[in-house]
Design a protein around this ligand. Structure first.
Ligand code: ZN
Length: 269
C-alpha cells in the first residue's frame, strides 16, 4: 500500500472554544497546531478562517495570514483551504481563499442537508470554483457527503473541469448526510474513477472507526477538531492527539506515513 496521507482538519465552521478549549481560532493558534501536527506526522492541514470573535469568514486577508503563518511554522506542510459554504454560499465569498494560490482547496460537488440546515452548493458555484482551481493549479479535495456527489465529480471530470487523479474525501456520520458504515464505504469505492485516491473523515465518535477503515483499505485519513472534538467519551482532544493516534494505529497496520513531499507525489500536486 502507498504511504498514508494524514490530513489534520484543524478547525471547521462549528467547533468553539466553549466546547473545547483547544480549538484553534486565531492564525497564531492555527499555525502552532499545524506545526505540532506536522511533527506528529500530518502531511496536509485543512483550514477554515474565523474572525477573532470565532465567527466564520471567507475574508481573504485572514486566510492569507493563516496560510502565511502556517508556511513559516511548517514550510513543508501542504495547506488546504476550505471553500465550504457555512461562511457564505456565493462563489464570490467562497473563492476568496483561492487568490493567494494555496496548494489545495476543498470542493463540495453538490448539495445535501445537514441536521438543521441545507448545505447549498449550486451547480453554478461548484463549476466556477472548479474552473478557478484548474486555472490556478490548485488541487481540489472533492468533499463527498453522499453518493450523488461522486456522480457530480465524474460529470466535472468529463467536462474537463477536473484533472486526474481525482482526490476524494468521504465525510461520514454527519447527521443528515451519509452514514459511517462499511457497506456505504464499499459502495462509494465501487464508484470511483480508476486511479483515484481517497481519504476518509468520520464525524464525532465515528472518527476512530473511519480511521481504521482508511488505514486498512489503502485510503488516506483525515482527523482533527473540525470533525471530532473528543479524544474519547467526554475527554476533549487536541489536534495533535488525534494525529498521534492515527500514526500509532497505522504503524500497527504496517502502513508508512507519507511526508508532505510523498503526499505531493501521490496526489500529483
Ligand atoms: Zn472543513
Amino acid at each position: 500500500m502507498k504511504p498514508l496521507i494524514v490530513t489534520a482538519a484543524l478547525v471547521g465552521s462549528l467547533p468553539q472554544k466553549s466546547q473545547n478549549e483547544f480549538v484553534p481560532i486565531t492564525p497564531d493558534e492555527l499555525a502552532a497546531d499545524a506545526r505540532a501536527c506536522y511533527e506528529a506526522g500530518a502531511a496536509v492541514v485543512h483550514v477554515h478562517a474565523r474572525k477573532p470573535n470565532g465567527e466564520n469568514t471567507h475574508d481573504a486577508a485572514i486566510f492569507k495570514e493563516i496560510h502565511d503563518k502556517i508556511k513559516v511554522a511548517a514550510p513543508e506542510l501542504i495547506v488546504q483551504i476550505s471553500t465550504g459554504g457555512r461562511a457564505g454560499v456565493d462563489f464570490e465569498d467562497r473563492s476568496q481563499g483561492l487568490f493567494f494560490n494555496p496548494e489545495m482547496a476543498s470542493l463540495t460537488t453538490s448539495s445535501c442537508n445537514f441536521a438543521t440546515s441545507v448545505y447549498e452548493n449550486s451547480p453554478q458555484c461548484v463549476e466556477s470554483l472548479a474552473k478557478l482551481m484548474l486555472e490556478k493549479n490548485i488541487k481540489p479535495e472533492l468533499e463527498i457527503f453522499d453518493t450523488s456527489m461522486i456522480l457530480a465529480a465524474k460529470d466535472l471530470l468529463q467536462r474537463g473541469l477536473l484533472k486526474e487523479p481525482l482526490y476524494f474525501n468521504f465525510v461520514m456520520g454527519l447527521k443528515g448526510a451519509q452514514e459511517a458504515d462499511c457497506m456505504q464505504l464499499a459502495h462509494l469505492l465501487s464508484m470511483l474513477p480508476e486511479g483515484s485516491e481517497w481519504n476518509i473523515s468520520g464525524v464525532g465518535r465515528n472518527q476512530i472507526v473511519t480511521t481504521m477503515l482508511g488505514i486498512a483499505l489503502g485510503g488516506h485519513v483525515r482527523v482533527g477538531l473540525e470533525d471530532n472534538i473528543y479524544y474519547s467519551k467526554g475527554v476533549p482532544a487536541r489536534n495533535v492527539d488525534l494525529v498521534e493516534r492515527v500514526v500509532r494505529l497505522a504503524k500497527e497496520f504496517g502502513r508508512e506515513i507519507a511526508t508532505p513531499d510523498e503526499a505531493r507525489k501521490i496526489l500529483h500536486l
